[in-house]
Design a binder for this molecule. Structure first.
Ligand code: ATP
Ligand code: MG
Length: 871
């Protein structure tokens, strides 16, 4: 049974049991779930349903979800069953069927001849065996369910908290689980092996999670009001079983990838453990990287970008290990697209983007490898010099941190030189770096969020956002929590926008007959919301009628910026290519900031073109409207789905007529003309491969224009020219400045030339002894150096007067010194004539004097001294 058939069999089986088939969500989780970097389980996109923040479209769902587990990256290639990227099939129940329903369905699909057709005697379920710390015993209910479908007690294995209790975080919904293992027989292990042993004989293929508890901060466990089912079955593991191959890497979706690795390297799977592992990593990482790129992740040094970069670099490194000389990531990606493109059309539509990043990363890592290898050679040399075989952790860490050099590779290469690295020290540095990253990445107030969530839940009703249509609404204070002058409130209808999709929260006022308060925050809770208020006058009471007023001026400015962001996005794609994707944004009343994936700095021409295009669209006055539509309909219309789009079947699509379509929950102006004007203010890099553009629109743009005009007027006044001549006036000034700086240098050169041409030769030594015009002693010395160098074998004496003081220098070449001349002696003779003294080395000496009038006489005396010395 091919992987595609397994996928369809599973989903159809559950559709036949009244489950709604959901498409796979992106590997990049929704922007509203910042707690995880990448989707790691089928249930993740459904979190809002499990937490009760949103209504699921149906009480029973089924899906085949793309997942990526960085935690398993080290396992890849070592075990027969671990991958980073894999596909998780699942069935989900929200307060509908529970343990019995889940067990029965899993059993039937596993054993039925029209299902997977396993021999029931080879299936071993595991069940939660209880845990003292949690204060609960074995999951008797689950044991009963397995007995009921006919599994004898000796094949029901009880396991502890680590294996069979599921929790997403330190607190929150959780519960026991039950895993299905298939006994693959003695050829895969030993007689005494059992499920949970972490060997290959018993292969875990399906996990059934019974979400029935809530784990609190203090460690206590309470029952959830509604019990949910979440299951996960690994498609690749099932394929390995059904295709009767020893590992996931021999299944139909993997073979072409492994074969590509074999033909590129000339090695064969099974040749040695090392080769097998490397070929497996190549195949797995090739898939992982291709799927991450298709979902809009780009290689960088942060967060998911780093996961991707690490995946790609490990693949390259394994390729090198196998002796592959050529660039190969692109070939790997193409094979992945070929094999998986039918099931995941995004791979085909993103092919160009995928290839672009793959090429860029392979090239940049190629350079990194060269630099890193140079540094490595230095480290090795230093160790040899210091006669040690120990490499400091800092060195290895620097390679990792600065050059992105995989630690494993560092170790391998150093080992070839007989050196070893301080592993513990390295791990310590890594941990420090992680802590720094965590501390800076954490957004404050998780506690606050919990409190708001609890408040909203206890209110018992949902707030409807009416702010798309209006900025003013008559409503009531539906729920209120007070805390010295500050309130947390819920309005049945609220015109206040809650921060999301880059757009900032609205500000405004809530007025009741007894008082008024300012809106100081709007919390987004799934599609629900709550507002934070600060008291202005009187006081607010729950149940009172209330007028909710959005601050119109800031809202209008924000809307103009938001629509402008869409125009900018489109203009960038038109100008740079469709690899451009939104990677983040800030849309406020003051400005907009747009981060997008692109590898290099934009040229002036590109920026000018983008700005011009956006302004043209503004002037053309395109109508803007938002429509609710089916996700697939929006995709068919070519709507740009944002990075980490929120999950859901019905989506909101913002359409700027004849310009762009984007899935977006933000507020927009009704016509592009309302933006007024658009001006780019900054273009910088935000992270590697992510560029950042900042811009202003409308009133903000006018304000900027006014300030600039004033500056221009000031400049013109300072330069005493009309405004249109400012540039040429500055140009002229700069030219004058350059001339002024150039002149002394020209003069110096002319002076040196005339001294050189006036030299007289005596005994092979060219002699110069002259009074010159120099600004100071230093310039005099430099001049004598230049003359001496030009002349070659020479003796140069120069004298000058500055502010009534005499400076003398004697500068002799080695040849002159060898003939018996001493600069110190000669300069002293001259200095004495001007009433001073000095001295120095044989080749160079300086002196001073008090009688400038005697300078001609002094240099003549010096010339006589030289002639005498050479005679
Ligand atoms: P294991 O103990 O083998 O790592 P797990 O307990 O981490 O598995 P779950 O988190 O319960 O697995 O995931 C549900 C199912 O997804 C598993 O039963 C298995 O079929 C599959 N699965 C889990 N991790 C991987 C992986 N790294 N590669 C391929 N399939 C996996
Ligand atoms: Mg695991």
């Amino acid at each position: 049974m091919k992987a595609a058939e397994i996928r369809d069999k599973f989903l159809s089986f559950f559709e036949g049991r009244d489950h709604l088939r959901m498409p796979s969500a992106s590997l990049v989780p929704s922007t509203y779930d910042p707690s995880v970097l990448l989707t790691t389980a089928g249930m993740q996109p459904f979190q809002p349903f499990f937490r009760g923040e949103e209504e699921p479209p149906h009480l029973r769902l089924t899906s085949c979800q793309k997942v990526f587990r960085t935690t398993d990256i080290e396992n890849v290639g070592l075990t027969a069953r671990h991958l980073t990227f894999f596909q998780m099939l699942g069935n989900f129940s929200f307060g509908d069927y529970f343990k019995q329903g889940a067990v029965e369905a899993a059993w039937e699909l596993s054993t039925s001849p029209t299902g997977f057709g396993f021999d029931p005697e080879q299936i071993w379920p595991t069940v939660f065996g209880g845990d003292e710390a949690l204060g609960i015993g074995p999951d008797e209910e689950a044991i009963e369910c397995w007995r009921a479908v006919g599994v004898p007690d000796e094949r029901i294995v009880l396991l502890g908290r680590d294996d069979n209790f599921w929790q997403a975080g330190p607190t929150g919904p959780c519960g026991p689980c039950s895993e299905l293992y298939l006994d693959r027989g003695l050829e895969f292990g030993r007689e005494e092996d059992r499920p949970g042993d972490d060997t290959e004989r018993f292969l875990e293929y399906w996990n059934l999670v019974f979400m029935q508890n809530f784990l609190h901060q203090d460690g206590t466990l309470t029952a959830l009001p509604k019990q949910n089912i979440d299951t996960g079955l690994g498609l690749e593991r099932m394929a390995a079983i059904l295709q009767d191959v020893p590992s996931v890497f021999e299944t139909d979706e993997f073979l072409p990838l492994v074969q590509l690795g074999e033909s590129l390297s000339g090695h064969k799977m099974g040749e040695s453990q090392e080769v097998t592992r490397a070929l497996r990593i190549l195949a797995d990482h090739g898939r992982g990287m291709t799927f991450l790129l298709a979902d809009g992740v780009v290689p960088s040094n942060e967060e998911r970008g780093y996961v991707l970069r690490r995946t790609m670099r490990r693949a390259i490194q394994q390729g090198r290990k196998l002796g592959i000389e050529q660039r190969f990531l692109g070939l790997l990606a193409d094979t992945v697209i070929e094999v998986m493109g039918d099931a995941y059309p995004e791979l085909r539509s993103q092919r160009d983007t995928i290839q672009k990043w793959v090429t860029a990363e392979e090239e940049s890592f190629g350079r990194t490898l060269e630099q890193g290898e140079r540094l490595l050679a230095e480290i090795a040399q230093r160790a040899k010099r210091d006669e040690t075989s120990w490499v400091a952790a800092e060195d290895a860490f620097r390679l990792h941190d600065t050059y992105g050099f995989p630690y494993e590779l560092t170790k391998e290469l150093l080992a070839e030189e007989g050196l070893s690295v301080d592993d513990d020290g390295f791990e310590e540095l890594m941990e420090q770096a992680r802590q720094v990253a965590r501390a800076s990445g954490r957004k404050g107030g998780a506690d606050g969020h919990e409190r708001v969530l609890a408040f909203a839940r206890s209110a018992g009703f949902h707030s409807r956002f009416v702010g798309y249509e209006t900025t003013e609404w008559e409503t009531t204070i539906g729920a209120l929590e007070r805390e010295n002058g500050r309130y947390l409130a819920k309005l049945p209808e609220s015109p206040f926008y809650a921060e999301g999709g880059g757009q900032v929260s609205d500000s405004g006022i809530v007025e009741t007959p007894t008082g008024s308060a300012e809106v100081t925050g709007v919390y987004r809770l799934g599609d629900d919301q709550a507002v934070a208020l600060t008291k202005k006058d009187g006081k607010l009471e729950v149940g009172e009628p209330a007028r909710a007023l959005v601050d119109r001026e800031t809202r209008l400015a924000t809307m103009a910026n938001h629509t402008a962001t869409h125009l900018l996005h489109q203009a960038l794609r038109d100008e740079l290519g469709t690899h451009v994707r939104q990677a983040g944004s800030y849309v406020g009343p003051d400005k907009l900031r747009f981060d997008f994936t692109h590898g290099e700095r934009l040229t002036h021409e590109q920026l000018a073109k983008v700005e011009e295009q956006v302004n043209a669209w503004i002037l053309e006055s395109h109508p803007v409207r938002a429509v609710q539509t089916k996700r697939d309909e929006a995709e068919r219309l070519g709507a740009m789905a944002l990075f980490g789009e929120k999950y859901g079947d019905v989506v909101r699509m913002v359409e700027i007529e004849d310009v762009s379509r984007e899935l977006c929950g933000g507020t927009h102006v009704a016509s592009s003309a309302e933006i007024g004007l658009f001006h780019l203010t900054h273009e910088t890099s935000s992270a590697s491969n992510v560029r950042r553009i900042e811009a202003v629109t409308g009133a903000g743009g006018v304000e900027l224009f006014r300030r600039r005009s004033q500056q221009m007027a000031d400049l013109a006044a300072m330069l005493r020219v009309p405004e249109h001549d400012v540039v040429s006036a500055v140009d002229k000034l700069q030219q004058q400045l350059r001339d002024a700086q150039q002149r002394p240098r020209d003069d110096d050169r002319a002076l040196a030339e005339s001294l050189v041409s006036g030299a007289q030769e005596l005994a092979g030594i060219r002699v110069v002894s002259q009074v010159v015009d120099a600004p100071d002693a230093k310039a005099l010395l430099e001049l004598s150096d230049r003359v001496k160098q030009t002349l070659g074998d020479s003796a140069v004496v120069l004298g000058t007067a500055v502010d009534g003081r005499v400076h003398l220098v004697a500068n002799f070449s080695d040849a002159a010194v060898q003939l018996g001349l001493k600069a110190g002696d000669v300069v002293r003779v001259a200095a004495e004539v001007t009433g001073g003294g000095g001295g120095g080395r044989d080749t160079m000496a300086q002196a001073g004097g008090r009688e400038p009038d005697k300078l001609p006489e002094a240099v003549a005396a010096a010339r006589v001294a030289i002639e005498r010395g050479l005679a």
